[in-house]
Design a protein around this ligand. Structure first.
Ligand SMILES: Cc1cc2nc3c(=O)[nH]c(=O)nc-3n(C[C@H](O)[C@H](O)[C@H](O)COP(=O)(O)O)c2cc1C
Length: 426
């Protein structure tokens, strides 16, 4: 674990103290995203050591790796473990006011393995879950957030929250969660199963009018940075992302799980995961969703760059198991990278490998800070029409270069110099 003297600069910031019901809907940005230069970290005489520290919405993290909301953030013991292992920040399992309404079933996970016909020997590439949000009493979770912030005041703890379509409920939840000292809120507008039946999660994230209204309630109340977590189960993810930012959120996280049916057991003819002979579509995660997540993050990053000159933050999520997977999200513009299923498969120690991999990548390219390469690959995305034009032009140029003269009879008097040059190799 990197032992850096970092601390959250938010929480009790005087800038935030002004946040309250009377504020205009769209608040001025409170903190920029500039990253401390890595030059200071340079070893004597040698190349600077890659600096993984990030500063996002004023929150300082030792590295960009964040525990995503899910089983790895369900209770005090596991969140403490995440801090001890060196994760840059922890996002809790999503909490709501009344956990008694949350009733889970088992089995609730199903896995897809690589290899022919789902060979049991293949590595896990896809993961479906039908798990709901936290089923632990809110009061218990709040006490644990408080304890964690008391024991780790300099580490970043983000509470994931979700409520029913009710302004009072949302605002009560925000007030009680913020009172524990958490550094930021991530709003789960994206859970694809179970919760939409109660007009929660993806039901809000898929409806821009609802989303705008709920974001309004949230941002009217919250005094810490708010990240809106997007569902990929929508035609154009930039639409809700835009609405969330316009409605006052400081950042966007993407993606939550993708609506899926893991498969049908060809012996029993029942779907998986199978609960008393039945199933329900769940959320897909892990390596298989990574390319889809990259596309969604790219679309959001492009929209942010083209439409806003503010430093909104972007958190990339989906199928991260290596530092290279994380580098891809950052190259598309993500400030932080979240991991859920990767931790369920490899444990909390995964963060050490992620940091080592990412530093190796940075050394290879002489990047000294995350900001050195954040968003660098975004410029290489264009339309298909533009690809066609670029390719035709490249072919034309290659042909022109290669062309030369086919035969001595082709030399002309007027074009003699050009004709000569067309056959020179350097
Ligand atoms: C078992 C499981 C439970 C999850 N629970 C939540 C949750 O409570 N709130 C939430 O916002 N996302 C939840 N997620 C979604 C993850 O945070 C993440 O967005 C998604 O799994 C993609 O990332 P991954 O491939 O790293 O897992 C859950 C994912 C899994 C696999």
């Amino acid at each position: 674990m990197e032992s850096l003297p970092l601390r959250s600069s938010m929480g009790r910031s005087p800038l935030l103290a002004s946040r309250g019901p009377a504020r205009p809907e769209i608040r001025p940005r409170r903190v920029g995203l500039r990253v401390v230069s890595a030059a200071a970290a340079a070893g004597e005489g040698g190349a600077p050591e890659p600096d993984l520290r990030v500063r996002v919405n004023g929150l300082e993290m030792p590295n960009p790796f964040v525990i995503a909301s899910g089983p790895p953030g369900t209770n005090y013991t596991v969140m403490k473990r995440a801090f001890d292992e060196g994760w840059g920040a922890v996002i809790s399992k999503t909490v709501s006011l009344d956990a008694a309404k949350v009733v889970n079933v088992t089995p609730r996970y199903a896995r897809l393995r690589a290899g022919s016909n789902g060979s049991v020997k293949g590595s896990i590439i896809g993961w479906e879950n039908i798990e709901l949000i936290s089923d632990r009493p809110l009061e218990t979770m709040l006490n644990e957030f408080k304890q964690l912030k008391e024991e780790y005041p300099e580490r970043i703890l983000i509470a994931s929250i979700m409520e029913e379509y009710n302004k009072g409920a949302w605002q009560e939840l925000i007030e009680r969660v913020e009172a524990t000292g958490v550094d930021a809120l991530e709003i789960n507008f994206s859970c694809p199963h179970g919760m939409p039946e109660r007009k929660m999660g993806a039901a809000v994230g898929q409806d821009c009018a609802l989303l705008e209204e709920v974001c309004g309630w949230i941002n009217e109340k919250a005094t810490v940075p708010v990240w809106a977590k997007m569902t990929p189960n929508i035609t154009d993810i930039t639409q809700p992302a835009r609405v969330a930012l316009k409605s006052g959120c400081e950042g966007v996280s993407a993606i939550n799980t993708i609506m899926s049916v893991m498969g049908i057991d060809l012996n029993t003819l029942h779907p998986e995961p199978c609960v008393e002979g039945y199933s329900t579509p769940g959320g897909y995660s892990a390596k298989a969703v990574h390319p889809i997540a990259l596309a969604k993050v790219m679309q959001i990053a492009k929209m942010m760059k083209e439409e806003y000159d503010k430093d909104y933050s972007l958190s990339g999520i989906g199928g991260v198991e290596t530092g290279g997977d994380a580098a891809e999200f950052i190259l598309l513009g993500a400030n932080t990278v979240q991991v859920c299923t990767g931790v369920m498969m490899h444990g909390y120690g995964l963060v050490k490998k992620l940091c080592t991999d990412l530093k190796d990548f940075m050394r290879k390219h002489n990047f000294t800070s995350i900001e050195d390469f954040r968003g660098v690959s975004l410029q290489y995305f264009t339309t298909h029409t533009d690809l066609v034009q670029r390719q035709q032009e490249a072919i034309r140029q290659r042909k022109a270069v290669k062309k030369g003269l086919q035969s001595d009879k082709d030399w002309t008097g007027d074009g003699f110099v050009k004709e000569t040059e067309s056959m020179v190799s350097n």
